[in-house]
Design a protein around this ligand. Sequence first.
Ligand SMILES: [Zn+2]
Length: 113
Amino acid sequence: MVCIGCDEDLYEEMLNESYPEADVCGYNYSAGYLLRQIDSIAFRCGMNDHTCNCEEIENKQAEVEKIEEDIERIRTEAKSDDEVKEMIDDLEATAEELEDDISTLKEEGGYRE
Ligand SMILES: [Zn+2]
């Protein structure tokens, strides 16, 4: 997974889409491409202003997967017990919260798998 906070190509792409092309001696260049070429330090500084949440998202996704496995195991090993149903409900609620967090984080940073 990458985002505009950790991937130069993705950040350049974002800049290209956010700023108009520049005319240099009659040639047109994308803004992000140009900045990356002529001032790599400014380019990097700009990129570093964006928080990278890739690791956090991946950790949360791993948690969700683990919860789903737990639910699957509880379902197959023991059925029709109120306590078990409660456990599954709790796990599902936790997984949903994590999924919400993941969506919010992804929306914020233009994340790509
Ligand atoms: Zn990232």
